[in-house]
Design a protein around this ligand. Structure first.
Ligand code: HEM
Length: 227
């Protein structure tokens, strides 16, 4: 028993879900309806079936069983980014001593015209081992017909940035449209990113303008697809 899961279902969706995923697949999942005014609160119990993704609490199914969402057509020019990537890079800046870092990047989708993006990095020591955590960031890459891209990113260092750019031919180039920063954040004012496939690897270069310096290189990295 994986624990009960909760889902908000309208009556029609619940009937369809039961017809598609209930007895026919021989799984023991059951939906108990509880009237919540104009919503039905379904208590789903039983073992999750293959392809089921359940939240860390085990209470909320993040995706209906056995439903792989189809890629939204507007995401096609960004499809090369999809997956989990691991690799290493090098960083520096006129005000920063150069450093090596390890990085994990994940791009996923849920059938809507955006990618879900997260990145985590760690300093690499002289032996190439992962050391203290460095920057992380997360956000959404919104795709539009014709390869136009808008990216919304949040950083724990107090920045929120919106990029605009263009994707095509397994490359995407982005430039900041808006940067906002908290009162205590460093004086970061602009960024430019280029991502592209290098053979089967994902490579990127990142330039920034910060602390009174003009737009120039802060990072570059190359990552391998791990899933
Ligand atoms: C792979 C991602 C990144 C890594 C590994 C990284 C690493 C570093 C390191 C080690 C420093 C110097 C020490 C420090 O001040 O913490 C630094 C400084 C800085 N980074 Fe990054 N960084 C990354 C991404 C970014 C991004 C996306 C931004 C902007 C949104 C950014 C903005 C800055 C700023 C403003 C400084 C301060 C420069 C100064 O003090 O003069 N970094 N970064």
């Amino acid at each position: 028993m994986h624990g009960a899961a909760l889902a908000l279902l309208d009556e029609r969706a619940e009937d369809e879900w039961q017809a598609d995923h209930g007895e026919e697949q021989g799984n023991e999942r059951a939906v108990e309806k509880v009237d919540q005014g104009n919503l039905w609160l379904g208590i789903i119990s039983g073992e999750p079936v293959s392809g089921d993704t359940v939240s860390p609490t085990g209470r909320w199914p993040l995706r209906w069983p056995n439903m792989e969402p189809e890629l939204h057509p507007d995401l096609e020019p960004l499809a090369f980014l999809l997956g989990d990537w691991e690799g290493a890079g090098v960083g520096g800046y006129p005000t920063v001593e150069s450093f090596h870092f390890g990085q994990e990047i994940s791009f996923s989708h849920i059938g809507k015209p955006y990618l879900i993006y997260t990145s985590r990095t760690w300093r690499l020591d002289d032996e190439g081992n992962l050391a203290a955590p460095l920057a992380r960031e997360s956000g959404y890459w919104r795709a539009h017909a014709g390869g136009k891209v808008e990216v919304v990113l949040a950083h724990p260092t107090g920045f929120a940035e919106i990029y605009v750019g263009q994707a095509g031919f397994n490359r995407v180039e982005l430039i900041t449209d808006v940067v906002a920063r908290t009162e205590t954040a460093k004086e970061y004012t602009a960024g430019k990113r280029l991502y592209g496939l290098i053979g089967e690897d994902l490579g990127y270069a990142y330039d920034m303008a910060a602390e009174g310096q003009s737009l120039q290189s802060h990072l570059s990295a190359q990552l391998k697809r791990v899933s």
